[in-house]
Design a protein around this ligand. Structure first.
Ligand code: AMP
Ligand code: ZN
Length: 400
């Protein structure tokens, strides 16, 4: 058994058939199943899973990996039903001038430069595009007279725990720590710390302080945390902020499509149920006009968050049953697929209850947000309109 080694790509037959609507969702979770996995693809039959490995494994390790794959599939597929996808806007068929893969041109022009998987430095063209889209999102915020806020990048573990974040999204967390306040530890670190051939920092794990903070995964959470254990005197609030977000996506981190570190502009509504739902709807209608002007090929459809395996089935069904999330999915012509560039979200009174934020009548506040991914917006735009500003929509003339 010991010298039975496998590195060649191999296939696994799933015990249950993965329905079409879950293939992408299940496949994205394989990234977190085993560190040996370099690539995992579910074939369209919904039964065959193709795996590529990083290094050789023995039979025992292979069995172990296979068992974990089967476990993920079973947990996500058994008892799942296909949610009815509701489409609120459909402009996917809009003709756009560019059909090529924008990554080739982005790399050639040194507009993107990867620091580490999922972390990019962006050049002047992408930056200008992001700044332009930002002005359009800020216009939306201004149309609601939203109050501007600035939120930190770090977020306390104790708050994330209060809103069940560890249970829902453990796979994508990013942690922050620092050296312990101890002279010997710091001296030792300053003299010996370095990086090995894999880029791993070579320092003793006990040099680091216990983890109390993480890198923030979303923007609006900071506002809810700031309001925790308070009553809203006016009973409602509209706020806007832009911020860095971190979601670790392992081998799913590809180009600007899926980043570890990205930026999001949000407009956040807090109040009673009607206030939040009405404003979410008004925001969607106002953005519909903006996306028309931008001549974007896109669709707005119901969606769910990428909950982790154990939570996925129940939570995704809940979100879809109550229409809690709609995504703006822009076309990526070069791969004949779509990418979420933003979302319209309603959290019901989830944050109000868990963080004890109350309305003047004592009931828990409802919350909602509209969120735009800035890098994805620029990326989807370039994928549809390319790099020649003469081909760009009228409203963007003179931008470059
Ligand atoms: P969400 O709160 O998950 O709906 O995220 C809001 C928006 O942020 C999405 O529609 C994307 O545009 C963007 N976004 C979310 N995750 C990522 C990621 N890993 N990389 C780049 N952009 C992202
Ligand atoms: Zn939000």
């Amino acid at each position: 058994m010991g010298n039975y080694m496998i590195k060649q790509p191999f296939t696994i037959k799933s015990q249950v058939t993965i329905p079409d609507h879950l293939i992408k969702e299940v496949q994205s979770k394989f990234a977190y199943v085993d560190e040996y996995i370099a690539n995992a693809t579910i074939l369209p039959d919904g039964n065959t899973i193709e795996l590529e490995l990083r290094s050789e494994i023995n039979k025992q390790e292979k069995n172990n990996l296979e068992e974990k794959i089967q476990r993920v599939v079973l947990s996500m597929v058994k008892g799942a039903y296909q949610p009815k996808v509701e489409i609120l806007e459909d402009y996917l068929d809009k003709q756009v001038p560019y059909q090529s893969d924008p990554n080739i041109e982005l790399l050639k022009r040194q507009e993107i430069s990867q620091e580490t998987p999922g972390v990019f430095t962006l050049g002047p063209l992408v930056t200008r595009l992001i700044e332009y889209f930002e002005t359009r999102f800020v216009e939306l915020a201004d149309s609601f007279a939203a109050q501007p806020y600035r939120f930190p990048i770090l977020i306390p573990a104790r708050y994330l725990q209060r809103v069940n974040y560890f249970r829902a999204f453990p796979h994508s967390l990013s942690f922050a720590t620092h050296l312990r306040e101890d002279l010997d530890t710091i001296d030792h670190f300053s003299q010996h710390a370095g990086c090995d051939a894999h880029g791993n920092l070579t320092a003793a794990p006990d040099s680091f302080s216990p983890i109390q903070n993480l890198l923030s995964p979303a923007v609006c959470y900071h506002l809810y945390f700031a309001l925790a254990d308070q009553s809203l005197p006016e009973g409602k609030m509209i706020v806007t902020a832009v911020g860095n977000c971190f979601r670790y996506e392992a081998i799913n981190l590809t180009s600007l499509e899926r980043l570890w570190n990205f930026t999001m502009r949000e407009v956040i509504f807090i109040g009673n149920k009607d206030f939040v739902l009405e404003n979410r709807e008004i925001a969607r209608q106002r953005m519909q006009k903006v996306f028309q002007e931008l001549e974007l090929a896109y669709r707005v459809e119901s969606a769910n968050d990428p909950f982790f395996i154990g939570e996925f089935r129940k939570q995704a069904a809940f979100q879809s049953a109550f229409q809690l999330k709609f995504e703006i999915r822009a076309s990526l012509p070069f791969k004949n697929s779509t990418l979420a560039v933003g979302s319209y979200n309603y959290h019901q009174d989830f944050f109000g209850r868990h963080l004890n934020i109350s309305l003047p009548d004592g009931s828990p506040a409802h919350t909602g947000c509209v969120a735009f991914g800035l890098e994805r917006m620029a990326y989807a735009f370039l994928a549809q309109y390319g790099f020649d500003p003469n081909q760009w929509p009228l409203c963007m003339k003179g931008l470059i």
